[in-house]
Design a protein around this ligand. Structure first.
Ligand SMILES: C[S@@+](CC[C@H](N)C(=O)[O-])C[C@H]1O[C@@H](n2cnc3c(N)ncnc32)[C@H](O)[C@@H]1O
Length: 323
């Protein structure tokens, strides 16, 4: 099957089975975070159950991590059990797709996967169970974040307590200002240099334009806009995905970047713009149109793969770029 510059529609756990082993240079992806987006949950049966449960609710805060408790309810043993069951179910679901991603990745290929601060540990464990080993956890520092929990002073005031003023500043959560990006790697072939010479991957591009060394905190990322923000509810900034592509994928079109949770296609757009190849998978058919539209609008960088006859063949293939 041709996997270069394709967008596949379907469940990535199935679609990945048709992708050849050891063919992908990096997986840069933003899977569902186990958030309680009504109608956008990762598990269709669970979406139905919760949609039915909350359809007449006027108080429920939608769009929150499952188990954060903002949807109300008493914290009894059953509540904690359900939260625990849910997160382990999420971890197992991550493990299912991670095993396929592991198989299709080249030795030394990196997976960079977004997650929330609450659930990232489970994603990392799922990736490790699939065979990857953890290399880092990047911070994507977002410009905003609204605290959505309980404000103690306001609650006490509402309930008529006289001393409510004393409880200014006490809250049930912190302002959520960052998202995690787990960076894990398929085991190397012997060592970094051998892996790089054999497969062209395994190392990180660390030279920033201002001369600094790339840090594991990504901040001051400019926002973009466009029609895709209206069609999809969890679009990542293009500049952020470009940064990750530059860091983890060598700059030629022979390298394929996989995004098994393509959404509106931001990873794929970044890859195409920066002269890498891409393979996207998305389960919701309606999103494919927006992905294609965005890809069609991209001006590609010229391919930097050395052409036959141009390179000095005494130099190993993956180093020829730097002749
Ligand atoms: C967080 S969004 C990705 C957004 C993307 N980063 C962007 O900038 O547009 C996750 C996407 O994964 C899709 N998805 C969920 N489960 C999937 C599955 N099993 N296989 C493929 N796609 C899936 C959802 O429909 C959603 O569009």
């Amino acid at each position: 099957m041709t996997t270069t510059n394709q967008i596949l529609q379907g469940d990535c756990r199935e679609k990945l089975k048709d992708v050849p082993a050891n063919s992908i240079s990096a997986c840069i992806t933003d899977p569902p975070y186990n958030y309680e987006f009504i109608g956008h949950k990762w598990d269709a049966a669970e979406i139905k159950r919760r949609t039915n449960r909350v359809q007449n609710s006027t108080t429920l805060v939608k769009n929150i991590p499952y188990g954060s408790g903002l949807a109300g309810g008493v914290r009894n043993t059953r509540w904690y059990e359900r939260v625990r069951e849910n997160i382990l179910e999420y971890e197992n679901w991550c493990h299912e797709w991670a095993q396929e991603v592991f198989r299709v990745c080249k030795p030394g290929a990196v997976i960079a996967a977004f997650n929330s601060t609450r659930t990232v540990a489970h994603l990392q464990v799922a990736l490790e169970r699939a065979g990857f080993y953890a290399r880092d956890c990047l911070v994507y520092r977002r410009p905003s974040g609204i605290p959505k929990g309980l404000n103690l002073k306001a609650q006490l005031k509402q309930k008529g307590y006289a001393n409510y003023q004393q409880w200014e500043g006490w809250h049930s959560c912190l302002r959520n200002e960052w998202e995690a990006i787990v960076v894990a790697q398929k085991p190397l072939q012997g060592n970094y240099l051998n892996t790089f010479l054999e497969h062209g991957v395994g190392l990180f591009y660390t030279a920033n334009e201002d001369g600094s060394f790339q840090s594991n905190i990504l901040e001051n990322i400019p926002k973009d806009n466009g029609e895709h923000y209206k069609v999809h509810c969890t679009v990542k900034p293009l500049a952020l995905m470009e940064k990750l592509v530059q860091m983890f994928v060598p700059p030629t079109r022979e390298h394929i970047v996989l995004d098994p949770f393509a959404g509106s296609g931001t990873t794929l757009v970044a890859a195409k713009k920066l002269g890498r190849s891409y393979l996207g998978i998305e389960i919701v058919p309606e999103y494919l149109e927006i992905i294609q539209k965005r890809l069609d609008a991209v001006t590609e960088k010229p391919d930097m793969t050395p052409k036959n006859g141009q390179a000095n063949h005494a130099i190993p293939y993956n180093l020829r770029l730097f002749d």
